[in-house]
Design a binder for this molecule. Sequence first.
Ligand code: FMN
Length: 163
Amino acid sequence: MSSPTIEPGLFRDVLGSYPTGVCVITALDDDKQPAGMVVGTFTSVSLDPPLVGFLPDKSSTSWPKIEKAGRFCVNVLGSNQQQACRQIAGKGDKFAGLDLVISDNGLPVMADALASIECTIQSVTEAGDHWFVVGSVLRLETARDDDPMVFHRGRYGGFGEII
Ligand SMILES: Cc1cc2nc3c(=O)[nH]c(=O)nc-3n(C[C@H](O)[C@H](O)[C@H](O)COP(=O)(O)O)c2cc1C
């Protein structure tokens, strides 16, 4: 059976109705400089064994550096980190003025993130115009239990009032 033709605008519009949290995936490149990208596709994958995943676009220039490092840190952003998010998602100096700590696993951890999850890359599977990356968790912690960043239809917000 041939697959139906789905118009890209419709796909984006419908999938855009689904809100996400926002994370920064970090690693050190060959020159020991931080590399990183903002993702909304981060997800928990498995508890036993502990696995997480995310989907970098095949056009990402940051993903090849992270893949080469063989490991990555997931930094979960709080709702007050919009400026850092826009800077890292842009093409300029992604980490200028941001506080990074290099962990025992040799990974850059954002000091202001809500949580960090350090992983080794377990698998990278082709998924259309993206890669589906699965990471095996090495270390994880919650640094502060504050309002998470939420992304919906191009807008940033927080979880808001808890009811
Ligand atoms: C809220 C938000 C979520 C994003 N989610 C993803 C994602 O899941 N995968 C991806 O490849 N890019 C995602 N992007 C885009 C990248 O962050 C950004 O375009 C990328 O870092 C720039 O490409 P680079 O890797 O060449 O720097 C997202 C951007 C924003 C602002």
